[in-house]
Structures are given as structure tokens and as C-alpha cells.
Design a protein around this ligand. Structure first.
Ligand code: SF4
Ligand code: SF4
Length: 200
């Protein structure tokens, strides 16, 4: 008689769960050091509640649940290459609903920083870098400049109808704006940089 292997344990797929002693938590430690303190990666029981409530799961190639599992398994490359890092909108629904106190949103933020450090290049990292450069330059974003640097002239032309609508409705300025106290902003940036360097 052929006995079928049990695929589910307490309603969850057996192959999803990872025993603590089979986890490779090297990457998890790095995630925690990068700002994911208290992210409780090892506590994940793969229930999928985070994925069920995720607002952007339709455009992600890896659900938050799978991302946590890949980190537990030590599959760094898959995690660092996943578009989930860049599609996450930091809405924190996953974190607020997790029954085990895991913080997928903090994990994703930390892995994003690691991906940039590791030199991962894709459209999202390019967009992020331009965004950061421009905010550092002015203290406030000027969207047409972001569009031009990211997508060139063609992007400007493509987005022109939307841009005009935004300007007419007062949602976007047609000219770069200035912040009230640029010096205070630079000091805050320097402080944040130093704090980050000291944590390394
Ligand atoms: S809700 Fe929490 S425990 Fe459940 S899969 Fe997501 S991170 Fe893991
Ligand atoms: S924080 Fe990110 S991963 Fe979590 S529910 Fe929101 S979009 Fe999904």
C-alpha cells in the first residue's frame, strides 16, 4: 500500500515551514543590523496573513511571506533581486496583522538598504538614487526634474498631460520650490549620515 506524504500540518503547507535549527540566520542578522531590529524573522510561522493583506502583492514577484521564508533559508540572491523590495509601499498592514510579531515592512526597508550597498542595479534602484540625490540637493522634490533624469525627454513628453493636470489643480509646482531652512536640512542630513556610519 502506498502511503501519501502529509502535505499540510495544522492547515499550513508542510514544505513552507522551516524548523529553527534548519534556518540560516546570517542574512537575518545582517537585516537586523541594518535597521530591522526587532523584526523577529525567526518567529515567522508562514501563515500568510501578511501576504493576504498586502496592498501591492499583485505587482510583486515574491510575497512578503515568501520573502521572510527566503531570508530564513539564507537565499540572499533571490531576496536581493526581488522586485518586492521596490514595490512595497511601506503601508505596514503586514506588520500590524502578523500574529507572531514579525515586521515584514521593516525587513523590506532594511533589505533595500543592503541591496543598494551590494550594488544591485535595476530601474528601481536608479529611481531611488535619483530621488535621494534630488532631495539632498534642494530639500524638496521637483517632480519634472526627477522625470527628466529618470526617463529622459521621452518620459517628459509622455508625462506632460498628467503634469499639466497636476499643475492646474495645484498639486504640483511648475517651478522648483525652496525649503525654509536649507542649512538646518543639511545639518539633519549630516547627522543621519554620521549615525548610519557609526552603526556600520
Ligand atoms: S503574518 Fe507573520 S507569521 Fe504569518 S507569514 Fe507573515 S510574517 Fe510570517
Ligand atoms: S508594508 Fe509592503 S509588504 Fe507590507 S503590506 Fe504594505 S506593501 Fe505589502
Amino acid at each position: 500500500m502506498i502511503t501519501k506524504k502529509k502535505k499540510f500540518v495544522f492547515g499550513m503547507k508542510k514544505d513552507r515551514q522551516l524548523d529553527g535549527d534548519k534556518m540560516n540566520l546570517d542574512f537575518a542578522k545582517r537585516v537586523e543590523a541594518e535597521g530591522g531590529k526587532g523584526s523577529a524573522i525567526a518567529a515567522c510561522m508562514q501563515c500568510g496573513t501578511c501576504s493576504g493583506g498586502c496592498t501591492n502583492i499583485d505587482v510583486m514577484d515574491m510575497s512578503p511571506r515568501t520573502l521572510i521564508l527566503m531570508i530564513q533559508r539564507g537565499e540572499w540572491e533571490k531576496v536581493l533581486q526581488s522586485n518586492t523590495l521596490w514595490m512595497c509601499s511601506s503601508c505596514y498592514i503586514c506588520t500590524s496583522r502578523c500574529p507572531r510579531g514579525v515586521r515584514p515592512s521593516d525587513v523590506i526597508e532594511a533589505v533595500k538598504a543592503i541591496a543598494i550597498e551590494e550594488g544591485i542595479k535595476n530601474d528601481s534602484t536608479k529611481f531611488n538614487q535619483i530621488f535621494v540625490d534630488l532631495v539632498q540637493k534642494r530639500g524638496i522634490l521637483f517632480e519634472p526634474e526627477l522625470m527628466q533624469r529618470f526617463g529622459g525627454l521621452q518620459a517628459m513628453i509622455d508625462q506632460a498631460p498628467l503634469g499639466i493636470q497636476l499643475v492646474l489643480r495645484g498639486k504640483m509646482s511648475p517651478f522648483p520650490e525652496k525649503i525654509k531652512n536649507p542649512q538646518q536640512f543639511s545639518q539633519a542630513l549630516d547627522k543621519a549620515r554620521k549615525k548610519h556610519e557609526n552603526n556600520d
